[in-house]
Design a protein around this ligand. Structure first.
Ligand SMILES: CC(C)(COP(=O)(O)OP(=O)(O)OC[C@H]1O[C@@H](n2cnc3c(N)ncnc32)[C@H](O)[C@@H]1OP(=O)(O)O)[C@@H](O)C(=O)NCCC(=O)NCCS
Length: 174
């Protein structure tokens, strides 16, 4: 990627759905991503964050709601020509900020690449810690119980600023 290329990270537009679809489809095997239908991406465009170079979509990821507490990173992919420039991490970072703003407690990912997410402070957890995902998607999947994916979680400290860290006495003794 030329050094002068500017990358913008922003919410996807519905008209970009074909590019997002093409990017996910091109990375299905490598990332063992779930296939996504063009119509579904078009409808959910506002949930996708894209990385754009010039007018080309070179990265994408979706913030998907699993429950009022848990959101999931889905369909993370970066075009081969744009890799190793921090775009993947910038996309996950943007999803993390959005999830925090939207009031979720946790961001999770199901992945065959746990090492990548560990560098972004996610931790591997048992699948059953994410019952929302197991009951919404996994039980319908032909690879249920033998998918080889890691469940990963990142706690979101959305309310950190509002937590009162001053020490309050629980009892006062004479
Ligand atoms: C994984 C992916 C999104 C990373 O995109 P990227 O923009 O190149 O990522 P970044 O630039 O933020 O990070 C690159 C770093 O992550 C590392 N990395 C990439 N894939 C990794 C993996 N599977 N495990 C551990 N580290 C990995 C790279 O080696 C690189 O390290 P370096 O900076 O020390 O050289 C991209 O390779 C991709 O689209 N892969 C195919 C689809 C996929 O696997 N999606 C994720 C499945 S949930």
């Amino acid at each position: 990627m030329p050094r002068t290329s500017r990358i913008t990270i922003r919410t996807a537009e519905a008209t970009e759905a074909p590019s997002i679809h093409a990017l996910i489809t091109a990375n299905l095997a490598e990332g063992r991503l779930l296939p996504r239908a063009l119509g579904e991406i078009t409808l959910r465009a506002s949930k996708f964050v894209v990385a754009v170079r010039g007018r080309k979509v070179v990265g994408c990821a979706e913030l998907a709601r699993l429950s009022p507490q848990v959101a999931e990173v889905r369909s993370l992919a970066v075009d081969r020509t744009a890799r190793r420039h921090g775009i993947g991490k910038a996309l996950v970072d943007e999803l993390r900020s959005r999830a925090r703003r939207e009031g979720y407690d946790q961001l999770c990912a199901f992945t065959h690449a746990p090492g990548y997410f560990i560098t972004m402070d996610f931790s591997i957890v048992p699948h059953l810690w994410l019952t929302e995902k197991v009951f919404a998607d996994c039980v319908k999947c032909p690879k249920f119980r033998h998918c080889g994916q890691y469940a990963m979680v990142l706690p979101l400290e959305s309310n950190v600023d509002s937590i009162d860290h001053t020490i309050q006495p629980v009892a006062v003794y004479p």
